[in-house]
Design a protein around this ligand. Structure first.
Ligand code: ARG
Length: 438
């Protein structure tokens, strides 16, 4: 069941056959492989290389293979070298000799290149759709929880923010992720079909025709590059790695916030798990798995960058190593986006606890310094005065707003009654550019 063999005297060693076979994973490309072949035979017919009858017979055979695969009467298995051999061998079995004409003016090198580009484009759009769903979940969650919470630097309470502003930070990261993926799609949107093995063909084929049949903007400009380019896989993996880094940071925050120590959120039972020994445990496994799976997406990127770095032009079998990592990364990012959407759409924010945390962290200290600056004190001096007040408050276990005007005046005569309104947490968010926090 090989597409080659004429120049061989001995059969392939079984070990080599298994080592070389990619069917177990490139079976994923069956749809794109058949679509690519249909566009190819249409082009061969348009260019007078095949007759109308031959074209109809081949198209009919390919479509019957497609529907049999989809209704599972034809299983993609057996000792075929790859999905291309599988489809072509089955075609010849179904329609006879004319099936042998399908591969005219084509190589598996441009065939696999076009299959993978089509698949990458389709799945990248699916990623974009799932990013958009997650973004809309975040927006709703933020709008429903426009409550005060501490903002952190160095994981130390710093200034007041709103939960909405915090979650919208991730919305913005995802917006860039989406733009990166769309940009990668735009760059990959050229057809390598017709480059053949590496140097084109002596037939008068029409690469622009197959490009437009398959929904590409245009054919690639260079044959050698067309068959040996896997930049688009690397670029998508790089977009996915950045996106997973974002999802992982959010996961880390969800894990922290769901601890008793923070107690800012409750992850729904639907997205939590228990312990087999400790009956009280409810663990944030969904978030931990997203954080953990980030590693395998980074791994896929590093793996393919390394595979490609020493390959001379044009196609080399090393490149078969692109698929498993890429398919796995795609499955991973799609499931992480879906699980994150599910977890956030059922998340409860404990608004009372986030507000209590705001009250305990001197989160209005910067605003208190701004108050003194408004009264004429240079900022560096105001910073020092408020620092001293914070120390005083810590000793008394009080917040700045809890100490009397008389006490405040011991630190600076500039304090007056209006300070309390100025440093009120809600009021601080209403002033100046901070309005954007709400
Ligand atoms: N399974 C191969 C791959 O994934 C298909 C291309 C094979 N081309 C070749 N000249 N052997 O890269």
């Amino acid at each position: 069941m090989k597409l080659w063999g004429g120049r061989f005297k001995k059969a392939e060693n079984k070990l080599m056959e298994d080592f070389n076979s990619s069917l177990s994973f490139d079976r994923t490309l069956y749809y794109e492989d058949i679509q690519g072949s249909i566009a190819h035979v249409k082009m061969l017919t348009k260019c007078g290389i095949l007759t109308e009858e031959e074209c109809e017979a081949i198209k009919g055979g390919l479509n019957s293979i497609l529907s049999d695969i989809e209704n599972e009467t034809l299983l993609i298995e057996g000792d075929y070298e790859d999905i291309h051999s599988f489809v072509e061998t089955n075609l010849i079995q179904r329609i006879g000799q004319v099936g042998k004409k399908l591969h005219t003016a084509r190589s598996r090198n441009d065939q696999v290149a076009v299959d993978l580009r089509l698949y990458a484009k389709k799945k990248a759009f699916e990623v974009v759709e799932n990013i958009e769903t997650l973004q809309s979940v975040m927006k709703t969650l933020g709008e429903e929880n426009n409550c005060l919470m501490p903002g952190y630097t160095h994981l130390q309470r710093a200034q007041v923010v709103t939960f909405k502003h915090h979650i919208m930070a991730y919305y913005n990261m995802l917006h860039r992720d989406k733009k990166r993926v769309l940009n990668a799609i735009e760059i990959l949107n050229e057809s390598p079909l017709g480059c053949c093995a590496l140097a084109g063909t002596t037939y008068n084929t029409d690469r622009a025709f197959t490009a437009s049949e398959l929904g590409f903007k245009k054919p690639v400009d260079n044959f050698l590059d067309g068959v040996s380019d896997r930049d688009y896989v690397i670029e998508l993996l790089s977009c996915f790695s950045i996106m997973m880094m974002h999802l992982s940071r959010l996961s880390e925050e969800l894990i922290l916030w769901s601890t008793k120590e923070f107690d800012f959120i409750q992850i729904d039972d639907e997205f939590s798990t228990g312990s087999s020994i400790m009956p009280q445990k409810k663990n944030p496994d969904a978030a931990e798995l997203i954080r953990g799976k980030t590693g395998r997406v980074y791994g896929a990127l590093m793996s393919l960058l390394t595979t490609m770095k020493g390959i001379p032009l044009a196609y080399n079998k090393d490149m078969q190593e692109d698929k498993e990592q890429f398919f796995n990364a795609l499955d991973t990012v799609l499931s992480c986006l879906k699980v994150m959407s599910g977890m956030l759409s059922t998340l409860k924010i404990k608004k009372e606890n986030t507000f209590n945390a705001v009250k305990k962290g001197f989160l209005n200290a910067t605003e208190a310094a701004d108050y003194l600056v408004n009264k004429g004190m240079p900022f560096r001096d105001a910073h020092k005065v408020i620092g001293e007040i914070v120390l005083y408050c810590e000793e008394k276990d009080k917040a700045i707003e809890d100490i009397s005007l008389g006490e405040l005046k011991n630190f600076s005569e500039l304090f007056a009654e209006d300070v309390y309104e100025f440093i009120d947490y809600k009021n601080t968010l209403d002033r100046g550019i901070k309005k954007e926090l709400k």
